[in-house]
Write a protein that binds this ligand. Structure first.
Ligand code: ADP
Ligand code: ASP
Ligand code: MG
Length: 407
């Protein structure tokens, strides 16, 4: 007998039929004698639909009201799933985030979990109930509804698993595990039996949205056994685990990509101390996060400065940069929304030279121009034109020997 926290994503609860299938799956765990806490997302498409409704009224609705709105999606699925469990003769009770008291800070739309009151859940489990909790939401000290950021139900599940010291946190989704890259882009992608927290965190941070970044951080920090599996098919899925000896044989564990970035360049600024500060200071003050940065020195004592931001922040960044350009007497500001970042990730990279050159050759062979490069111990990222995304990812996937063998 084990205590398992299971999370079912939007597609897995996308219709009444699917919700009933999920209930059947949970019932099988109950019949085996396991205690189950279930976290659900909103039905697929629902969160986007709610966001569009709000945008039809205001471009920038009040964050507090946005959270009241988008948290309703999950409230629908907890109730429907509980009903489906009742229909199968299971005792189940649904709770919103506020009701189990998932206490968060007040940063609407990106709140952090501060604590979880487990009394109520523990009591329900003791009395033979399945506990069904709404993902993605919590409540702040003042009782305001908060949400945890897109994909936040993963984090709810991991946080509950940590609070309850669950034996495993299972993330059920529409793919049967974590792959070497998004299987929707590369048909030859391979499922990994295991991946380290470190690599998974890097993959998630670099754009693989199969797990929300914070859920991986949380699982690593609180030592939560975390597994990604399919809601629709049987299988072992992928276990996220600590680094073990022998694991690092694969130099590259995966390829991540991110379509959410945009690039800005300020040309012809004076090449003197304080320039980077003068450019990035106001950008930071405007609450815009910067990802990659490069500076090129020109021959005439001026320099060009390029950086990337989230695509949603592009317009704001461009207007801030326009003012900076005037102050600094820069020649010009250029912007490009149609870029993507492609990254190779692997702890095995640490001990192998030549990874970067293999990467650059593979892209060159396809005629793909690299616009920016950044590296760390376990990743190399490049920025390329968006039109090369699929081609670039496929080329790298095969040149690093990640392709599945043909059957
Ligand atoms: P859910 O609604 O269940 O939370 P998500 O859409 O958030 O599901 O995450 C699952 C999706 O993540 C898959 O459908 C897949 O397209 C995408 N994905 C991106 N990178 C990977 C990867 N490396 N391995 C598996 N899936 C990936
Ligand atoms: N429903 C939320 C979203 O679409 C949270 C989640 O699914 O994890 O982002
Ligand atoms: Mg998700």
């Amino acid at each position: 007998m084990a205590l398992i926290v299971q999370k079912y994503g939007g597609t897995s609860v996308g219709s009444v039929e699917r919700i009933e299938k999920v209930a059947e799956k949970i019932a099988r765990f109950r019949e085996q004698g396991d205690d189950v806490v279930v976290v659900v997302s909103a039905m697929s498409g629902e969160t986007n639909r709610l966001i569009e409704l709000a945008r039809a009224i205001q471009d920038e609705p009040a964050p507090r009201e946005m959270d009241v709105l988008v948290s309703t999606g999950e409230q629908v699925t907890i109730a429907l799933l509980s009903m489906a469990l009742h229909k199968l003769g299971q005792d189940a009770r649904s709770y919103t985030g506020g009701q189990v008291r998932i206490l968060t800070d007040s940063a609407h739309s990106k709140a952090r979990i501060l604590g979880i009151d487990k009394e109520r859940m523990a009591h329900d489990l003791d009395t033979g109930h399945v506990v069904v909790v709404a993902g993605f939401q919590g409540v702040d000290e003042a009782g305001n509804i908060t949400t945890l950021g897109r994909g936040g139900s993963d984090t709810t599940a991991v946080a509950l698993a940590a609070a309850l010291s669950a034996d495993e946190c299972q993330i059920y989704t529409d793919v049967d595990g974590v792959y070497t890259t998004d299987p929707r882009v590369v048909a030859q992608a391979r499922r990994l039996n295991r991946i380290t927290f470190e690599e998974m965190l890097e993959m998630a941070s670099l754009g693989s949205k199969v797990l929300q970044i914070r859920s991986v951080e949380f699982a690593g920090k609180y030592n939560v056994p975390l597994r990604v599996l399919s809601s629709f098919e049987e299988g072992e899925g992928t276990l996220i685990t600590y680094e073990e000896e022998g694991m690092e044989e694969a130099r590259i564990s995966g390829i991540a990509f991110n379509r959410d970035e945009a690039k800005l360049t300020i040309l012809g600024v004076p090449d003197q101390p304080g320039v980077a500060y003068h450019i990035l200071g106001p950008i930071g003050d405007a609450n815009i996060e910067v990802d990659m940065i490069i500076q090129n020195v020109g021959a005439d004592g001026t320099t060009d400065f390029t950086f990337t931001v989230h695509r949603n922040d592009f317009d704001k960044a461009q207007s801030v940069l326009g003012k900076i350009a005037q102050d600094l007497g820069a020649r010009k500001v250029e912007g490009d929304r149609d870029i993507v970042k492609i990254s190779l990730v692997g702890v095995g990279m640490r001990s192998h030279a030549g990874i970067a050159s293999t990467m650059f050759k593979a892209l060159a062979d396809e005629g793909i121009n690299i616009q920016m490069i950044s590296t760390s111990e376990i990743k190399i990222s490049v920025v390329v034109d968006e039109k090369y995304l699929e081609l670039g990812v496929r080329a790298l996937h095969s040149s690093f020997g990640l392709d599945q063998e043909a059957e």
